[in-house]
Write a protein that binds this ligand. Sequence first.
Ligand SMILES: [Zn+2]
Length: 73
Amino acid sequence: MQISSVDWSWRPVGVGRHAFDVASKSLAPDSAVVSFCGIEVEAWQVQRRPPELEWIAEDTCMKCWRLIAARFD
Ligand SMILES: [Zn+2]
């Protein structure tokens, strides 16, 4: 299946890189948002541009990864 549009954003949030709905980007910064796998963070953590080191240092959440991959089975 071809990916036509991406409606998620990966972000390192201190406990790994997780996937969040792009709608998180338009919420108030202190709103609670939940990753695809169920991790709750504040929206600013998804809205900011993370330092490069955080992308490198944090592991990709495989539960989020599998949930996205399953869409394209
Ligand atoms: Zn996750």
